[in-house]
Design a protein around this ligand. Structure first.
Ligand code: ACO
Length: 325
């Protein structure tokens, strides 16, 4: 019997009230950092973001998104036998965020682990869970992207601190005889690690090195547009399809100019691109499942349609997955 995996429910979580660009401008001014709504909107398309209050963690946001995805799937947490959490801002060194989510859901027994591929994390996690389901290792998985990137931002560095937000998104992936995940392709180039990194470590009870994210924005821009185009074409070809057959493109929500440039290069019209970066900013591994949930709940994504999910980020990593709903 053929064995595939399908997405059967989605959910998301955003902490607190949205923080507008003007709110952020005011907060940063108090630190002596100058920026403007106009600069942020024209360079990035971002209008607002959410920040987790002190004490709110990736596992808490991930568990909230997971509960909503389970409810959408009509499933109980006890039916889940695999939890994969994509995050670069875990609650602890260990236990993993996935184990903390499992504990919060009171659903012990199945496998649980984190995937660390930064903004490509959700695509890596989805591809991993799909492979495990097809191999018969798991039957029903929660695949989650959850981040509190605000914790690793240098609020004195205006070229990065205006770009990111916190949040989580989740899907339930279930074994099925009909294909849902049609193809996935993952890549990395460790030689490009320094264009986007947070290199600090914990040693002897102290943070050693730079605890904040650093980025070469122009290099990220160039790399992102090129690799998203290549991996999208590779992934649809692996499924025996073409980009014209893709109903919705859900790219990692880094920056509206990267989204526009890569969709244009792929020949996908903007009406078929799901954009949430204006509302959520860049939530790293959470951005793709957050956008997926939004476009599912507002009725844009419909049964039978083809959705191409794309990720790109630190590592340098990139990947895509084509799914039939
Ligand atoms: N407010 C006001 N001015 C600013 C700000 C700010 N928040 N940040 C930078 N500037 C200033 C700079 O100081 C510089 O001033 P100067 O010319 O007087 O020196 C000027 O703006 C231009 O700075 P650049 O860095 O050259 O700005 P650029 O046009 O490259 O835009 C940006 C920066 C938006 C980061 C761009 O490089 C970009 O889109 N890169 C893609 C990277 C990205 O989106 N990363 C997200 C995370 S990575 C990921 O998720 C894959």
């Amino acid at each position: 019997m053929n064995r595939f995996s399908r997405i059967v429910g989605t959910g998301s979580a955003l902490p607190g009230e949205p923080v507008s660009n003007d709110d952020l401008v005011e907060r940063l001014a108090k630190l002596g950092v100058e920026t403007s709504d106009e600069w942020i909107v024209t360079r990035t398309g971002i209008r607002q973001r959410h920040f987790a209050a002190p004490g709110v963690t990736s596992s808490q946001l991930g568990a909230e998104a997971a509960r909503k995805a389970l409810s959408a799937a009509g499933m109980e947490a006890s039916e889940i036998d695999l939890i994969v959490v994509a995050t670069s801002t875990p609650d602890h060194v260990f236990p993993s965020t996935a184990c903390l989510v499992q504990k919060a859901l009171d659903a012990p027994g199945g496998a649980a682990f984190d995937v660390h591929a930064v903004c490509t994390g959700f695509v890596y996690a989805l591809a991993s869970a799909d492979a495990m389901i097809r191999a018969g290792i798991a039957n029903r998985a929660l695949v989650i992207g959850a981040e509190v990137f605000s914790r690793i931002l240098d609020w004195k560095d205006r070229s990065t601190c205006v770009l990111f937000g916190d949040g989580a998104g989740a899907v339930v992936l279930a074994a099925d005889t009909r294909p849902g995940v049609l193809a996935a392709r993952l890549h990395a180039d460790g030689r490009q690690g320094d264009v986007l990194c947070a290199t600090g470590t914990i040693s002897g009870g102290e943070v050693v090195g730079n605890p904040f994210l650093t980025m070469n924005g122009k290099a990220v821009f160039r790399l992102a547009v090129a690799v998203l185009d290549a991996v999208s074409r590779e992934t649809v070809a692996a499924a025996g399809m073409t980009l014209e057959q893709v109903d919705w493109l859900i790219p990692h929500q880094a920056n509206v100019r990267i989204l526009d440039a890569s969709a244009k290069r792929m020949g996908i019209p903007s009406e078929r691109v799901v954009v949430t970066v204006d509302q959520h900013a860049n939530t790293s591994a959470a951005s793709v499942p957050l956008a997926f949930d939004r476009a599912t709940r507002d009725g844009r994504i419909k049964s039978g349609q083809h959705v191409l999910l794309e990720g790109v980020g630190g590592g340098f990593t990139w990947g895509a997955a084509l799914v039939r709903i």
